[in-house]
Structure formats: C-alpha cells, structure tokens
Design a protein around this ligand. Structure first.
Ligand SMILES: Cc1cc2nc3c(=O)[nH]c(=O)nc-3n(C[C@H](O)[C@H](O)[C@H](O)COP(=O)(O)O)c2cc1C
Length: 194
C-alpha cells in the first residue's frame, strides 16, 4: 500500500513537511510505503475552466507538474494534503491544485478516480486560520467518495520558523495518532477488499 502526500508550502522541508513526516513514520512502521511531493519553488496554475478534461481522466494542460501529481494520486491508496496556513486558509498552490483536481474528477465521474481511497489533511500555522485550511482540504476528499481520517485533535500544529512545530508537543502527538489511524483504516479496507 502507498500513501502520497502533497505539501503546498512555499518552503521546502519546513513545518508542514515535518508534520507529514511524523505521519509517515507511523505509516512506515505498519509497512505502508510513503512519498511526499513538495510544491516549494513550483507554481501550479489555476483551473482555466476549459472543461477539456471531460473523458480524459487528467487535466490537459502541461505547463506545470499537475498532471504528474494527479496521476500519482490516482495510483495511491491514501492521500495526505498538507498546507501551511496562508492568510487564514490554504496556500495559493494548494487552492490551484484542488481547483483542477476537483474539476477533473467532476468531469470524469464515472471513472471514480479517488473512490474509497483514504484521505487526511494537515496544516501548520503561526496562530490563526488552521481550521479553515483543514476544512478546505477536507472538502476535496468529501467530493471524491473518500474516507477521511481523524485524530485525537484537529490535525494542526503551531510554529512560525522552520522546525518550530517540534515545540508543539500536542500537535506532534496529533500527527502521530493521525498516522496510526490512517494505517488502521488502510489495512481494514485492504482486508475488506481481499
Ligand atoms: C504568505 C504567508 C501567509 C501566512 N498567513 C498566516 C495566517 O494567516 N495565519 C497563521 O497562523 N500563520 C500564517 N503564516 C505563517 C505560516 O503558516 C507558518 O509560518 C507555518 O509554520 C509555515 O509552514 P511551512 O514551514 O511548512 O511553510 C503565513 C505565512 C506566509 C508565508
């Protein structure tokens, strides 16, 4: 089984990456393969509303790495969306990514591209807006017939400078529990399908 994480921070290996890696550690303990794609230094263009993705199962535009990431998402068993809080919401790259991903799945509903996959959202914030960011990412999963994983608190952690979230003990524990719950659900689904 494999879990793919998309980290939309403009900062490579920052707090969001650290949180995702905390979740990954628990997944790896259960033998689940993991991969993180970091969007730092890259620009994801927003949806052009051309509707040309109908019947194509991917966006037709090739000017960024959207197609490659979307393809990997369709192959993964679990998806983690990670964004730092920017202006009390998800980062612009995550918004652009989710716009396009949502339109592709909507225009290809019969393909059920993410049907019964497992989804989890995580966010890092200095102080305010974490729930908005989590809601925005969770809404994507809700549109995909996916199963959403919860934790012992909403999956957020506080920190400003890279590495600051290491001081948020509760936040890190929330990520650890999230990883354990994600592994549990993935394995339960696998058993059911076998
Ligand atoms: C453009 C921008 C906007 C931000 N807006 C907020 C905000 O509204 N609320 C907040 O708590 N933190 C805000 N932050 C701080 C980041 O969420 C915080 O530093 C976070 O730890 C960054 O995670 P990263 O290291 O993965 O990039 C903002 C940071 C940037 C660069």
């Amino acid at each position: 089984m494999k879990v793919l994480a998309i980290n939309s921070s403009a900062r490579k290996n920052g707090n969001t990456a650290l949180l995702i890696n905390t979740v990954f550690k628990e997944l790896n303990k259960e033998g689940i393969e993991t991969e993180m794609i970091q969007l730092a230094g890259k620009i994801i263009e927003p949806c052009k509303a051309c509707w040309a993705c109908s019947g194509k199962k991917n966006c037709i535009h090739k000017n960024d790495i959207f197609q490659e990431i979307f393809e990997k998402m369709t192959q993964a068993d679990g998806i983690i969306l990670g964004s730092p809080v920017y202006t009390a919401n998800i980062s612009a790259n995550m918004q652009a990514f989710l716009e396009r991903a949502s339109v592709v799945t909507d225009m290809n509903q019969d393909a059920k591209l993410f049907h019964h996959k497992v989804g989890a959202a995580v966010t890092a914030a200095r102080r305010g807006g974490a729930l908005n960011a989590l809601d925005a990412m969770t809404h994507f999963f809700l549109l995909q017939e996916m199963f959403i994983v919860g934790s012992c608190y909403w999956p957020m952690a506080y920190g400003q400078m890279p590495g600051d979230v290491k001081n948020d003990e509760e936040g890190l524990n929330t990520m650890k529990t999230l990883g354990q719950n994600m592994a549990y659900l993935l394995k339960a689904i696998q058993k059911q399908v076998e």
